[in-house]
Design a binder for this molecule. Structure first.
Ligand code: SF4
Length: 685
């Protein structure tokens, strides 16, 4: 008998590729490419191809573990959950609900994120957040007042239909490789590709024009592009008149943002800025794709709005091949946001400060009026700063803040001060090692649930096999923990489908995305899908914007330099990013031999002139120092990185010990992308 074929969704990035598992006798015996998939047509990148290594990996956690003076002590589930409940209740009794914190996870399903935020709020705190705070929080705060919602306007497959693709701070070729196929297809059909990025990335390799913007100066570049478009009369006047507000104010704000001025700020030649602006405005439909090169700044919210201004000024909204595409990183970061795993927003994006949103959720949950606190909780970095002070206990589901959060030495100190730190994960990660209790979690193919990819496509990923040992789905763990905390009536669920049915009622754009429909939808369903029978909405804003007057808003965006610039002590600029072989904190990809073969160690890229001046030799270790810490990495000497800039991937412990924890005032996202640094020699052993 041939193996059973089970279609699942890749556990890595937010493209949401399908991969078919071959299951025999309860074990995955292989993988087949899902050639009929409308998402990826059978294509997978290196990570997707290596995903099976995560199942039955020898380092998978198989039993709950309690930290003792002499090491780790295995526990049964009853003892582990009793211990967790007792320690949480101790903190509640002695310090109150705001001494608790919950880190939810973009690596978990919608149902699991929904359950964890529900647990936090029923315990009386909004201290629930997840790693969107570290990657795309500024997309939410930036776009919500502009477009009425903070998500990608068009499906990723739509990139193939664009006549112009402008990438700003997005290295799609390396970070979302399968989606980059659509870019290549557009290019083959004659589309113009423009890439603004400090580095000549693989995305920039196929660009018609590469704009090597200095780290932290994207707003100056975007304003200059808008300046040229308006100066040359290339704006879409009919669209601006009929569908937007605030254009005159935005135009006034960029009056002095000439290409010559922008050249002095960004380092991009004025003639290239002019050419890029004209190409973007004249080649319709055009898409603007941005990622963490835009969002991870002290002014990330404003940078996102500057992107939106360009798209609105050229009328590139509401049609095939156009749009604004913030490319989310992790497989379910969009869904975790949609589910309200955020300190200030409830499921469906109602504010915690809005009495009607709170009351609607309390009515749905059947809890007492006033259960959900009316003030925003602490964000990821705020919880880390408060750890061991006002925050006494932290529950982390699939998050590894010791590697992913900025100013990592401060994070480690904070986590070390906690009265109780509980981690649920697949592996004993860097963060789990500092926990008091570690609970073994199921991987993607070992549990059922829905996930929402970068383009709002909600997909069902079924359980194909059992988890190893005593590992359990996060939903199972949260539900059992909640029941021990006295919340049994609110956590009656036996299946993920039951949780999704509650989500259908809690999150209006998901109202029509029922388990039955989703399980029978090979291409998933794009939200908003407001009722059963609705086909879903692949392209947003075709008829109007979900704003009070149905119009989008331009925002004047002033340029401000980064908070930390190179100086005599720290003369270089450290910027961070991703590589194809790795994913987020590396907890999964660094344990995958095929991926480690591709990218085995932490490295830094340095321009050959800087390397020669500083005596740095390719392939040798070099020290990188900022005001917050030091790391060692292997030097790669390459002219793909500009003079004065040092690039480091953030998937290995070390990089985020150096990064800056200054945050954007609205999104409270840290300014990862530009930190002053210096290089130091390392004694060869
Ligand atoms: Fe998985 Fe993303 Fe690669 Fe697709 S592009 S296989 S979703 S990591």
């Amino acid at each position: 008998m041939s193996p059973l074929r089970v279609r699942t969704v890749c556990p890595y990035c937010a493209v949401g590729c399908h991969l078919d598992l071959l299951v025999e006798n309860g074990r995955v015996v292989g993988m087949a490419h899902a050639v009929d998939s409308p998402v990826n047509g059978g294509n997978l990148c290196a990570k997707g191809n290596a995903a099976l290594d995560l199942l039955n990996h020898p380092e998978r956690l198989r039993t709950p573990l309690r930290r003792t003076r002499s090491g780790w002590e295995p526990l049964g589930w009853d003892d582990a959950l009793d211990l967790a409940a007792q320690r949480i209740q101790d903190v509640l009794r002695r310090h109150g609900p705001n001494a608790l914190g919950f880190l939810s996870s973009a690596k978990c399903t919608n149902e699991e994120n929904y359950l964890l935020q529900k647990l936090a709020r029923l315990l009386g705190t909004n201290n629930v957040d997840h790693c969107a705070r570290l990657c795309h929080a500024s997309t939410l705060t930036g776009l919500a007042p502009v477009l009425g919602t903070g998500a990608a306007t068009n499906p990723l497959t739509d990139l193939a239909r664009a006549r112009c693709l402008l990438f700003v701070g997005s290295n799609l070729a390396e970070n979302h490789p399968v989606a980059f196929r659509w870019v290549r297809r557009a290019k083959d059909r004659g589309a113009v590709v423009l890439v603004a990025d400090p580095r000549k990335t693989p995305t920039a390799w196929i660009a018609d024009l590469h704009l090597p913007v200095r780290p932290g100066t994207d707003i100056a570049l975007l304003n200059a592009l808008l300046h040229v478009i308006i100066r040359d009369g290339l704006e879409d006047k009919a669209f601006i008149r009929s569908r937007t507000m605030g254009f005159q104010e935005a135009a006034r704000a960029v009056r002095d943002a000439t290409p010559q001025w922008a050249e002095s700020v960004t380092g991009v030649p004025a003639r290239d800025i002019t050419r890029a602006a004209r190409l973007f405005a004249r080649s319709k439909p055009a898409s603007l794709i941005y990622c963490m090169g835009i969002t991870q700044h002290h002014n990330g919210t404003q940078a996102v709005r500057a992107c939106a201004d360009l798209v609105l000024a050229t009328g590139n909204v509401g049609r095939e091949g156009s749009g604004l595409i913030p490319v989310r990183g992790q497989d379910n970061v969009q869904g975790a946001c949609d589910m309200g795993a955020l300190s200030a927003l409830l499921p469906g994006y109602g504010s915690v400060m809005d009495p009607r949103s709170r009351a609607a959720l309390e009515a749905l949950w059947g809890c007492a009026e006033g259960t959900i606190p009316d003030r925003p909780g602490l964000t990821v970095t705020e919880m880390e700063a408060a750890a061991g002070r006002s925050l006494r206990a932290l529950v982390a589901m699939g998050e590894n803040p010791m590697v992913t959060s900025p100013n990592g030495n401060r994070v480690a100190e904070g986590l070390g001060r906690l009265d109780f730190f509980l981690v649920m994960d697949l592996f004993l990660t860097e963060s789990a090692r500092s926990a008091h209790l570690v609970l073994p979690a199921a991987a993607w193919a070992e549990k059922s649930g829905s996930k929402t990819s970068a383009d709002r496509r909600v997909q069902w990923s079924p359980r194909a096999v059992d988890p190893p040992g005593d590992a359990r789905a996060d939903a199972w763990i949260i539900t059992r923990l909640a029941r021990r905390l006295g919340l049994e009536p609110f956590f009656p669920y036996k299946t993920s489908e039951e949780v999704l049915r509650e989500i259908n009622r809690a999150v209006p754009p998901y109202a029509g995305i029922t388990p039955e429909r989703l399980q029978g939808a090979p291409a998933g369903l794009h939200w908003p899908c407001p009722q059963e029978g609705h086909p879903g909405t692949a392209i947003l804003f075709q008829d109007g914007f979900p704003t009070p007057d149905g119009r989008a808003r331009f925002f004047p965006v002033p340029f401000e330099p980064p908070p930390e610039s190179p100086d005599a002590d720290y003369p270089l600029c450290l910027t961070t990013g991703r590589v194809t072989a790795h994913y987020n904190s590396g907890a999964m990809s660094r344990r995958t031999p095929a991926l480690m073969d591709l990218s085995p160690e932490l490295f830094v890229e340095i321009h050959p002139d800087d390397a020669a001046r500083l005596g740095v030799r390719a392939g040798r270790r070099v020290g990188v120092v900022t005001r917050r810490g030091k790391m060692e990495a292997v030097a790669r000497v390459a002219s793909t990185v500009p003079r004065g800039v040092v690039f480091a991937p953030f998937h290995f412990p070390g990089t985020n010990r150096l990064t800056l924890d200054v945050v954007d005032p609205e999104a409270r996202i840290p300014a990862f992308k530009a930190a002053a640094c210096r290089l130091e020699p390392v004694e060869e052993k």
